[in-house]
Ligand binder design. Structure first.
Ligand code: M6R
Length: 606
């Protein structure tokens, strides 16, 4: 998703703006630009593609202004061209925007009727012309911006600078996150604390409907109603976090390898290792009062929820209704008051998940969320959060956040089982012991990747790849397929193995690799029968299992052996080979592993 930065500095800001944009690269983008005030006049440099192109442009045409704004654009309205790249501007005002202005067509028609000339296909340009129109009518800059905001419908985070106003920047938030950072005689704006990390660790977050008038030495925030408000100033930990690739070629590889450690951190947060008991933060409901509950999330986070559904139903005998947040939010779901709604989101900013949360809030649900970013909007709008301790996840393909989400969901499911009297203290200790063994098992999976490299060369030739699993491993099949397609661009689908004969088996031939996740669990024999059907049709079978190849009764093209473990933790272990398969295949394909095309890390638009 688009990234925004703004700086009112004490020295030239162009380099610092580009550096801050680099820290937002992980969100995904396809063009970038900055605008600064050069002797009071607005100037900009923009470029298609990666930030190196913008840097090259700036090397040829440097900028020296002390006030400026910057943007990485993930195209929504109009192609990813230089013309459509932000900042957008007239000679009076320059704007960067993250979000979608839903009523831009009406506004554009109206403004064109008043003589405005549009030069881009973007929705953002209407903001520039609205403000310019207000300035032309004699309004002061802050007033002109505020009046423009009143006309906008949709989602936005905005940073705005004005001709001749060296000490003024306007920030505004509706739906898309925006942080304001405090420096010494300098102020900063950014889409998140990571963007601002080296500049400041003192941050305040705007709430929806807020807009801020920022100078180097002052900050005035007004809410939707125009009342001046105070927002908490907090110390961000983002600056303390090392955001580099370490010895790895890609962030994704680094993040895959961090899993033993970050899962340990996550478990340590919820488990008393001395007693083998779970300790959760105070929750605003009691599991034993629930008849059912709902989970909403998107993408990988949704698949984590899908695994957890099996756990909650099995260990706590608690029915779970799980939905993709973009469906849930419009489904008009009937919910009994005082129910529980659980949301899962790495970023905590996913627009659909947030909308589903707000729907549940209106339906008087208790809201809990599992998030990685504790300062995020979803975290702040929840009654309680269960943080995962994955650290910043930069690769667009979610890996360590997924397994940490599963770890947090696992402890929650055990706690629910205990609270509802379906598992004993001894069962709890057994399940907790299984969780504690996880980092060791995952380290074992990560010890040698040579098998994956060989396999990747073969998979890279495929046009379609199927992933099969049953029970808790069915969502892992879905996750494996998602991971592969998002970074290698090879078409992949995940299926419940038992569903194969209801249609997908028609796809099987010798050119379609079938990756089967089949650890020895209660459904192992059933899965094997399904795979037998694939083998009988000449399918190329790759097994991920803790069993020996000789156990299967047919030729496997490749066996990826995972450690034998407690049934409970198998999906977390099986998740790692599917990540490695996707990663190495993408490396062979030569794709942009960390920032795959068309994707964004934090999906803050619908
Ligand atoms: O930040 P969130 O967990 O809410 O993000 C949800 C999805 O956008 C995300 O998991 C996405 O599917 C990833 N690219 C998957 O690797």
């Amino acid at each position: 998703m688009c990234g925004i930065v703004g700086i009112l500095g004490r020295e030239p800001v162009a380099d610092a703006l580009v550096d801050a944009l680099k820290r937002l690269e992980y969100r995904g983008y396809d063009s970038a630009g900055i605008a600064t005030l050069e002797g009071g006049a607005l100037e900009r440099r923009r470029a298609e593609g990666k930030l190196v192109n913008l840097e090259a442009r700036l090397a040829k045409e440097p900028m020296s202004g002390h006030a400026g704004i910057g943007h990485t654009r993930w195209a929504t309205h109009g192609a990813p061209t230089e013309t459509n790249a932000h900042p957008h501007m007239t000679d009076k005002v320059s704007v960067v925007h993250n979000g979608i202005i839903e009523n831009f067509r009406d506004l554009r028609r109206e403004l064109e009727g008043q003589g405005a000339t549009f030069t881009t296909e973007t929705d953002t340009e209407v903001i520039v012309h609205l403000i310019t129109h207000n300035l032309d009518n004699g309004m002061a800059p802050a007033e002109a911006a505020a009046a423009a905001l009143e006309r906008l419908e949709g989602a936005y985070a905005l940073a705005i600078i004005f001709k001749g106003e060296e000490d003024l920047m306007i920030g505004a938030r509706e739906g898309s996150p925006l942080a304001i950072g405090f420096g010494e005689g300098a102020m900063f704006l950014g889409s998140d604390a990571i963007a601002l990390a080296p500049l400041t660790d003192t941050i305040t977050y705007l709430e929806d409907g807020d807009w801020a008038e920022i100078t180097r030495n002052s900050l005035k925030i007004r809410d939707r109603a125009g009342a001046e408000v105070e927002r908490a100033v907090q110390k961000s930990i983002a600056s303390a976090l090392l955001v580099d690739k370490g010895n790895h070629r890609h962030f994704m590889a680094k993040e895959i390898h961090e899993q033993p450690e970050v899962i340990s951190h996550t478990l340590a947060h919820y488990i008393d290792f001395a007693t083998g008991r779970i300790r959760l933060p105070d929750l605003p409901f009691d599991f034993k009062d629930l008849k059912r509950f709902s989970i909403s999330a998107c993408g990988t986070a949704y698949y984590a929820g899908l695994v957890a559904k099996y756990w909650f139903e099995r260990f706590a005998r608690l029915p779970v209704e799980i939905d993709i947040a973009s469906e849930f939010r419009y489904r008009d779901v009937p919910l009994e008051a005082d129910g529980l709604a659980l949301f899962i989101s790495q970023s905590g900013e996913t627009a659909d998940t947030l909308a589903a949360l707000r729907y549940c809030r209106e339906q008087s649900q208790h809201i809990i969320s599992i998030v990685n970013v504790r300062e995020s909007t979803i975290a702040r709008e929840s009654d309680a959060i269960l943080p995962i301790l994955a650290g910043p996840e930069i690769g667009v393909a979610s890996t360590k956040a997924f397994t940490c989400q599963l770890a947090a969901l696992a402890v929650l499911a055990i706690a629910a089982g205990r609270a509802r009297g379906h598992i004993s203290e001894q069962d709890e200790q057994e399940l907790v012991s299984a969780l504690i063994e996880l980092p060791r098992h995952i380290s074992a999976v990560l010890r040698d990747e040579s098998d994956y490299v060989d396999l990747a060369h073969d998979l890279a030739k495929a046009r379609d790849i199927l992933y099969l699993g049953r029970g808790v491993n069915y969502p892992i099949a879905l996750e494996g397929a998602l991971k592969l397609k998002e970074i290698s661009y090879i078409h992949a689908e995940g299926y419940a193995a038992g569903e194969l004969k209801h249609g997908p088996i028609a796809l099987i031939d010798e050119d379609v690799p079938v990756i089967v996740i089949a650890p020895k669990d209660g459904l192992y024999d059933k899965t094997l029968s399904n795979v037998q059907e694939v083998a009988a049709r000449g399918g190329r079978i790759i097994m991920i299992s803790d069993m020996d190849a000789t156990d299967f009764g047919w030729d496997v093209q490749k066996l990826i052996t995972i450690p034998s473990s407690h049934l409970f933790t198998q999906p977390l272990i099986a998740a790692v080979p599917v990540q490695l398969i996707a990663y190495h295949t993408a490396v062979v394909m030569g794709t942009d592993v960390d920032q795959p095309r068309n994707l964004a890390k934090s999906v803050t638009v619908e």
